[in-house]
Design a protein around this ligand. Structure first.
Ligand code: F6R
Length: 253
């Protein structure tokens, strides 16, 4: 694991943008796994700037998103489709046919999940998977207890997630109860994973991920077994790391 500690969120976003930009420049037809949530927003802002100012070309990349709510149409403002187009894809020159986001409205969700796995394989596998981390150590919608070998599948959302999401919906009946998510095993198949953790809400999860035992109860801990895991954290998220100066951590100059 390569762990880099930065002063703050902006610095993490700068570094993440450097890594993703470099990946696309070196391999214009890269397969990139994208995440939603607040953490990668700074990265996406910078990728948009790199496209506008420096001509970073997204036209040949293939994308796969980690997850999507079941039952939300792509134009619902809480769907991850909507999030990705609004915060990144609409502002760069991605080729829509190469964009993959799980279909929350699929008639046959299980068949869709199998297709998604096959599509990733056919695309040659994911070169670089971007990941956020939940306060409880989840990655994608793989909540504590998720099998570490899992593949893309439907998951029931936890009570906590249902409660957190309720505020975004006018009608409580609309709050999604299920999501389609890449599995932990799917994520581990990516050639590189880039995990971003920022703020005090992530301190315990980062400590467990980097220094705890590998356990399904903290799904992110599986990155300890990945051959090319790159972790970017800020001071707040790194606050309780015991072996900060001993396990491959680099401090930017
Ligand atoms: C997003 C995802 C989630 C988030 C995680 C952190 O596609 O799968 O696992 O990465 O919940 O969310 P934020 O970044 O909002 O703290």
């Amino acid at each position: 694991m390569l762990v880099e500690v930065f002063p703050d969120y902006e610095a993490i976003s700068d570094r993440a943008a450097e890594i993703v930009t470099d990946q696309i420049r070196r391999k214009p037809d890269s397969v990139i796994g994208f995440a939603t949530g607040s953490t990668p927003l700074g990265l996406y802002k910078r990728l948009i700037q790199n496209h506008a100012k420096h001509g970073l070309d997204f036209s040949k990349i293939t994308t796969f998103n980690l997850d999507e709510y079941v039952g939300l149409s792509p134009d619902h403002d809480q769907s991850y489709h909507y999030f990705m187009w609004k915060n990144l894809f609409d502002h760069v020159n991605v080729t829509p046919a190469r964009v993959h986001i799980p279909q929350g409205m699929a008639d046959d969700v299980d068949a869709f999940c199998e297709w998604y796995e096959r599509r990733i394989e056919q695309a040659g596998g994911i070169d670089l998977q971007i990941l956020g981390i939940g306060g409880n150590g989840h990655i994608a919608f793989n909540e504590p207890g998720s099998s570490l070998g899992s593949r893309t599948r439907i998951k029931t959302l936890t009570q906590k997630t249902l409660e957190d999401n309720a505020r975004f919906f006018d009608d409580p009946a609309e709050v999604p109860r299920y999501a389609i998510t890449m599995g932990v095993g799917t994520i581990m198949d990516a050639r590189k994973v880039l995990l971003l953790g920022s703020g005090s809400g992530k301190t315990a999860a980062i400590k467990a991920t980097l220094e705890g035992p590998i356990t399904a109860m903290v799904p992110a801990t599986i990155v300890q077994l990945h051959r090319h895991a790159h972790i970017l954290v800020d001071e707040a998220a790194a606050a309780t790391l015991e072996y900060r100066h001993h396990h491959g951590i680099t401090e930017p100059k």
